[in-house]
Ligand binder design. Structure first.
Ligand SMILES: Cc1ncc(COP(=O)(O)O)c(C=O)c1O
Length: 379
């Protein structure tokens, strides 16, 4: 999340396209909201966050994610990081087993480490987590008297691997979680960034029993600087989350601006940024083909901000990262996303959201030169 010390060709962090941040419209929305409701700043906001924005989230879930809730079921928070934090604090005690995709978002791994979770990675393929492997991991933990508490998953445009979990897998995972009584955290913060293919129903929409907490964010569709996201927990979990979200509700300025913006401009904006980011994705995938096609593999994400690069097994992309920085290229090596913190040295996450297409081409060419010098391209 740091903004300092960035490479010019910054494939390390998932920033959206900077030129597309809708600054003028957001400013106008904030101005109108302050004129309409400014005197409300004299009082503390609602504990769950600005009610009209929660109503919008409930409307969006029914329209886009296939489940019906009311505004009272929504808790606004800082991005989707804070919802993940709150859920983990509520659900995980030190030593509890948490299962997740082997390679998963490093921010959540850091939060899990803070709460001393015993995090175990489950293998995946291009359709998501492998149900048999998930079941085996659960049975193994149970056999040691340590039934897993939580399954954390990023089912859509997964960070860092880029795949989207198929509907069959989503159903299988719900089924397994219900049979073994395990809570699911569904982190769906990339779902709006679809560049091709059909939307797949949320895991939450398949949940009749109340095991899934759904997490979303406005970061990827307006800008992470807004720091606004939400969690929709199962009803009985809400009272446990409320006290953990300390400091009152979320910032009213941000909530007002996002609410006005969401009801007037957001759908058009999402279409626009998806057109821009589709081109960036295609540019990066083509540049990988031109420069690394003979030795490497990479994922073809239908949306989101990442592709997952696999170099030959002996390539050490952790050791090579500083050398890439000397030619102004940033990326994140595989072990950053490994629940065990060690595996995946020949993998890297490459984000294509921030740079222009020309910069993406130049950055990948530079990266390939570094890999060439290291001997990684000698097939
Ligand atoms: C899967 C996932 N969850 C949560 C976050 C946190 O983002 P934010 O708090 O800005 O919504 C990120 C950021 O990249 C992410 O990739």
């Amino acid at each position: 999340m740091r903004t300092v010390d960035r490479a010019k060709y910054d494939f390390a962090i998932a920033y959206p396209d900077p030129a597309s941040v809708p600054a003028v419209d957001l400013a106008e929305c904030a101005r109108l909201a302050i004129l309409e409701e400014g005197s409300e700043l004299a009082v503390y906001p609602h504990d769950h966050g600005y009610p009209p924005l929660r109503e919008y989230v409930a409307y969006k879930m029914a329209r886009d994610r296939g489940f019906t809730i009311s505004a009272d079921d929504v808790l606004l928070a800082d991005g989707s990081s804070q919802p993940n934090h709150i859920l983990i604090e509520a659900l995980v005690d030190p030593g509890d087993v948490v299962l997740t995709e082997h390679f998963v978002y490093s921010g959540t791994l850091r939060t899990l480490a803070r709460f001393q979770a015993d995090v175990r990675g489950v293998p995946t393929d291009e359709n998501g987590i492998l149900p048999d492997a998930l079941e085996s991991a659960i049975v193994l933990a149970e056999s040691h008297g340590r039934p897993p508490k939580v399954i954390y998953t990023i089912p859509t445009f997964q960070n860092p691997m880029g795949w989207t979990m198929s509907i069959e897998r989503r159903k299988a995972i719900i089924d397994i979680a219900l049979r073994h009584q395990i809570a699911i955290i569904e982190d769906d913060c990339y779902v709006d960034l679809r560049y091709e293919g059909k939307t797949i129903p949320s895991i939450r929409s398949l949940d009749d029993a109340g095991v899934v907490s759904y997490v979303g964010s406005f970061s990827k569709i307006t800008g992470p600087g807004m720091r606004l996201g939400y969690v929709i927990p199962p009803a009985e979990l809400t009272p446990r989350l409320r006290p953990i979200k300390s400091g009152g509700g979320v910032n009213q300025f941000a909530a007002w601006a996002i609410h006005r913006y969401a009801i007037s401009h957001l759908d058009e904006h999402v279409k626009k940024i998806n057109d821009i980011q589709r081109i960036k994705r295609d540019t990066m995938l083509a540049a990988l083909g031109e420069n690394l096609g003979s030795v490497a593999k990479w994922s073809h994400p239908e949306g989101g901000l990442y592709t997952w690069l696999e170099m030959p097994a002996d390539a050490d992309l952790t050791a090579t990262q500083p050398e890439a920085r000397t030619v102004d290229v940033g990326y994140q090596p595989g072990p950053m996303f490994a629940p065990d913190g060690r595996t995946g040295n020949n993998y890297a996450r490459l984000c294509y959201g921030y740079n222009t297409p020309d910069e993406i081409r130049e950055g990948i060419a530079r990266l390939a030169e570094v890999f060439d010098r290291k001997g990684y391209l000698d097939a």
